[in-house]
Design a protein around this ligand. Structure first.
Ligand SMILES: Cc1ncc(COP(=O)(O)O)c(C=O)c1O
Length: 403
């Protein structure tokens, strides 16, 4: 069933370390087994077609990038309109200030904005700006922020740099204050994701805002996943909260490579003090796509659709997990739904392989780690069928463990 994928993946491993350049898209990461779809040939709406002509309804949605769905006509038309005008030239495109105005009009806390290509790049630029603005070096962080040195814990990063970033637990006010107090001096920035597996508690948000104001710390919200998804103005509009700097990623250009960082003028006007620049930041196809996505999201009921269908998926999966309490864990919010087996690799290797294999055989891609994302092209029927496949898969593989 996945013969062509398996063959291609095996050959690709001699050409590309790991067989693909995005860690979380490797078949081993997605499905535990190499005998699974490894590359796609075509994708449309909520559907994806692999190298063996298999059709899947996808809930990974390009790690959250494709808010409207794959090959959405509004985005494709916006790209096509610019092809032929010069994708990248010596001058920036006139589309850049047009998109900047749209972002500023849409996201409550943003007065000025700069564009970049990846989420990691945008959040790292915020950290550098905060360090320059405050003249301090420590960072308090909660979430995932990509692979750059200021945040990464892996090999290849000097200990001296790792020691400047201290992690705190999301929604835990005591842990935040404890970590703040362990630092030898006030940090330059608090960097956080607005949602990690659950909604932020009001008192947690208020404490962070008050503490940052009191000690002159720059509060950075990394809305790489939540921008446009929770509301046109992102999580800050959804939760009525004002960060100092905001990162927008993923959904911003609907699958094209574009991210943004913006905030109050007081901070953004310091941009000249740092050196942050990229050849590709002004590339026109992504800017055109982002203008189309933002206009679409402002004019169509994207958020009510995602809230409604995301609730259907989250609550349906929670109901099913109640019958398999030792096996299935369901977490998140309607906009970002986590569905995974309990336990850790390698202990549950075989269980996971047969679980994802069965879901694939039913025609569904459910993301193993992190979140599943409902998009504007999913339908109630897709969710119903997915829940049905989830229940059947659990009954087939784990009936004896159920209550
Ligand atoms: C909150 C957050 N910040 C940053 C990143 C890194 O973004 P990118 O992979 O575009 O560099 C991610 C990626 O998932 C993310 O979720």
């Amino acid at each position: 069933m996945y013969k062509n994928s398996a063959k291609l993946h095996k050959a690709a491993k001699d050409l590309i370390p790991g067989g693909c350049s995005t860690e979380s898209k490797k078949p081993e990461a997605l499905f535990v087994s190499e005998n699974s779809p490894a590359y796609y040939k075509r994708a449309k709406g909520a559907k994806l077609y692999d190298m063996d002509q298999n059709e899947f309804i996808d809930f990974g949605m390009a790690l959250g990038a494709c808010l409207l769905g794959y090959s959405h006509p509004v985005i494709e038309d916006a790209i096509k309109r610019e092809v032929g005008n010069g994708i990248l030239t010596t001058l920036p495109t006139h589309l850049e200030p047009q998109l900047a105005k749209l972002v500023i009009d849409t996201v409550p806390s943003i007065d000025m904005v700069r564009f970049m290509k990846t989420g990691a790049e945008a959040v790292s630029s915020g950290v550098r700006l905060a360090r320059a603005y405050t003249g301090r070096k420590f960072i308090l962080a909660s979430g995932y922020f990509g692979w750059h040195d200021w945040f990464s814990r892996g090999e290849g990063v000097p200990e001296a740099i790792k020691n400047l970033c201290v992690l705190f637990t999301f929604n835990d006010t005591k842990d935040f204050l404890d970590k703040l107090n362990t630092l030898p001096e006030h940090p330059a920035a608090v960097v956080m994701e607005p949602v990690i597996n659950e909604h932020p508690k009001r008192e947690f948000l208020e404490l962070l805002r008050e503490t940052c104001d009191k000690f002159g710390i720059v509060l950075i919200w990394d809305e790489t996943k939540t921008a446009l998804r929770m509301a046109p103005g992102g999580a800050q509009q959804f939760y009525n909260f004002t960060p100092d700097l905001t990162v927008m990623g993923k959904a911003l250009a609907g699958g094209m490579s574009l991210t943004a960082i913006g905030g109050k003028k007081e901070f953004m006007e310091n941009w000249h003090r740092v050196w942050i620049s990229s050849t590709y930041a002004c590339e026109s196809l992504s800017l055109s796509a982002a203008i189309a996505v933002l206009n679409f999201v402002r004019e169509n009921p994207v958020h009510t659709h995602i809230q409604k269908l995301g609730t259907q998926l989250l609550e349906g999966a929670q109901e099913i997990s109640a019958s398999f309490p030792d096996v299935l864990e369901v977490y998140g919010i309607p906009q970002m739904v986590g569905i995974r087996l309990k336990g850790e690799l390698p202990d549950i290797q075989e269980k996971e392989a047969s679980f994802y294999r069965s879901l694939l055989d039913f025609g569904f891609i459910i993301k193993r780690k992190g979140y599943n994302f409902v998009c504007y092209s999913h339908t109630e029927e897709h969710i119903d069928r997915c829940l049905n496949a989830l229940e059947k898969t659990l009954r087939k593989n784990f009936e004896r463990s159920s209550t």
